[in-house]
Design a protein around this ligand. Structure first.
Ligand SMILES: CC(C)(COP(=O)(O)OP(=O)(O)OC[C@H]1O[C@@H](n2cnc3c(N)ncnc32)[C@H](O)[C@@H]1OP(=O)(O)O)[C@@H](O)C(=O)NCCC(=O)NCCS
Length: 169
């Protein structure tokens, strides 16, 4: 099955405004191997894509990924998975939506997955995860990332609005 997707890229020149999360007991932590079954169940609920098992193994074990879980009372209710790679390793279509001034060596932040469990949406959890990731990218220890990119189904208006309000174009 094929899906219409569009690439969104963040305009880093604009200011971000991220709401605080309204859930007091919410915690953020990195994924670990024992999270695999829970992550798989959640991704199957949120996304119309079947990822291979190796993908779940990768994002729960490989430190290359910035794989963050939002938990409430030990249960994962939100996830953000991202990676950093040079522009030259991106698909041609993705390269084309990035500013032409960027070179092949430019580091790009790519968000593979962002999702929040249905009953916890609208509490600022995705904003918190995204803010944490963008904060990590602007920290000194991270390789210098010049743009953040992601894909979203053209029918996923809620997610498109979410990203557009956070300066993605
Ligand atoms: C898109 C998605 C990640 C958004 O998650 P979310 O946790 O609901 O997002 P947030 O709560 O941070 O922001 C959503 C809205 O709730 C608002 N909000 C934030 N805190 C709130 C609160 N305490 N009470 C009510 N609303 C609040 C935000 O302001 C935001 O509205 P805005 O865009 O008008 O500013 C979620 O709908 C989802 O998981 N969808 C399915 C998976 C998906 O499509 N992922 C994206 C493609 S990768």
């Amino acid at each position: 099955m094929s899906h219409n997707i569009k690439g969104l890229v963040q305009d880093s020149s604009s200011k971000q405004c991220v709401p605080l999360c309204s859930l007091a007991d919410l915690k953020l932590r990195f994924l670990c191997p024992s999270d695999l079954p829970e992550v798989k169940t959640l991704c199957r609920q949120w996304f119309p894509i079947e990822y291979p098992d190796v993908w779940y193994e990768d994002i729960t074990t490989n430190p290359h990924f910035y794989a963050l879980a939002a938990t409430l009372h030990m249960q994962i209710i939100g996830l953000l998975v991202a990676e950093t790679k040079p522009l030259s390793k991106m698909n041609k279509e993705d390269q084309d939506i990035l500013p032409p001034s960027l070179t092949g060596q430019t580091q790009i932040g790519y968000i593979l997955t962002l999702g929040v469990s249905d009953s916890f949406r609208g509490h600022g959890i995705a904003s918190l995860l995204l803010d944490n990731y963008l904060g990590h990218l602007t920290a000194h220890e991270s390789p210098q990332v010049q743009a953040v990119l992601l894909h979203v189904l053209t029918t996923n208006q809620r997610a498109i609005t979410f990203y557009q309000r956070r300066n993605f174009v």
